[in-house]
Design a protein around this ligand. Structure first.
Ligand code: FES
Ligand SMILES: [Fe+2]
Length: 331
């Protein structure tokens, strides 16, 4: 990625961990090569630099004690929120502590994920579509680490033409022809709808063939698909990809699955939806890790497109606009 994209992504909210992965109150994450420690009680969390300022031990090996993060090596305590060092156990009483603090980053919890950004966010934290309210059940699947670019993976999730070739085992005999579709745009959000018949979705998820799909994407990378079945139940899967290496060629794929109240009443279990979507993603992974270039090229002339690729072309164009807008805001 170029220097402007790198800077823009430093100012972008990304998930760094699942709340469920806090062990002894601690877990780790990474954005653009910065290794981070996440600590807290799950209701509130702190995101900070990942290594102790004393002797550089990885703080993800520590634990939370009285709300503060304790380094596993010499037991220094770093308070929640500020990252300030509040105790150095080796000092005799009355001796001054070194004035030090962990560098902390903005931290938010949304959808069971801990989000952070390396520098002041230039866009708000992205949200699921408004129809996903408290009556929905939402679960965060186990994230994957992949060798591919953030935009490449985001395009894959939006790409309808690969379903019959990559997802035969999970989706069955999906039509190969992609009917023309129009993309609606609202600021940095894109959306479109399509329909899909499938014979292989598990029966408790979908008893009928004809499904209506609502695609949404909030740039740079928060994507969701809501599937409505003719019987009125809705299921959702969302993908949000975070660049974990500084060159952006290694990413962490966070994902959510959800069921609305109607589909829950009809017997859809969130665990089944998570299990099904996991299988779908695992079918995609050998594809997205074997594309060259590793990140989707911004130069539209360097690849060949068809009408079915309308989304990825629009995404690349709007992403270029986002970069321009970021650059303009910096001036
Ligand atoms: S290395 Fe962390 S307290 Fe010494
Ligand atoms: Fe796929």
């Amino acid at each position: 990625m170029d220097a402007v994209e790198y800077e823009m992504l430093r100012h972008t909210w990304f998930p760094v961990a699942r709340v469920a992965d806090l062990k002894n109150g601690v877990t780790s994450g990474s954005i653009l090569g910065e290794e981070l420690v996440v600590y807290g009680d799950g209701a509130s969390v702190t995101v900070a630099e990942g290594f102790c300022p004393h002797r550089g031990v990885a703080l993800r090996l520590g634990q939370v004690s009285d709300g503060a993060l304790q380094c596993p090596y010499h037991g220094w305590l770093f308070e929640a929120g500020s990252g300030r060092c509040t105790r150095v156990p080796s000092l005799p009483p009355g001796r001054d502590r070194p004035h030090t603090a962990l560098r902390t980053y903005p931290a938010e919890i949304a959808y069971g994920l801990v989000w952070s950004c390396l520098a002041a966010p230039f866009l708000p934290l992205p949200r699921l579509p408004g129809y996903v309210d408290e009556s929905w059940q939402i679960g965060a699947g186990e994230p994957y680490t992949l060798n591919c670019g953030m935009r490449q993976l985001t395009e894959n999730f939006r790409d309808r033409a690969h379903f019959p070739f990559v997802h035969g085992d999970t989706m069955g005999d999906v039509a190969q022809v992609v009917e023309p579709y129009r993309i609606a745009r609202d600021g940095w959000r894109l959306g479109w709808t399509s329909s899909m018949g499938s014979e292989k979705m598990p029966e408790d998820l979908a008893e009928e063939f004809d499904h209506h799909l609502d695609y949404r994407l909030t740039l740079p990378m928060f994507a969701s698909i809501c599937v409505s079945s003719p019987s009125g139940g809705r299921r959702l899967v969302a993908q949000v990809t975070a660049p974990v290496s500084a060159d952006g060629l290694r990413v962490r794929q966070f994902w959510l699955a959800g069921t609305d109240a109607v589909s829950a009443e009809q017997g859809a279990e969130l665990a089944d939806v998570l299990g099904y979507e996991r299988q779908v993603f695992e079918e995609d992974h050998p594809i997205v890790e074997n594309q060259r270039p590793i990140e989707a090229p911004m130069d539209l002339h360097s690849q060949v497109h068809t009408a079915a690729d309308r989304f990825s072309i629009t995404y690349r164009r709007v992403y270029a606009e986002l970069l321009e807008s970021y650059k303009a805001g910096r001036r």
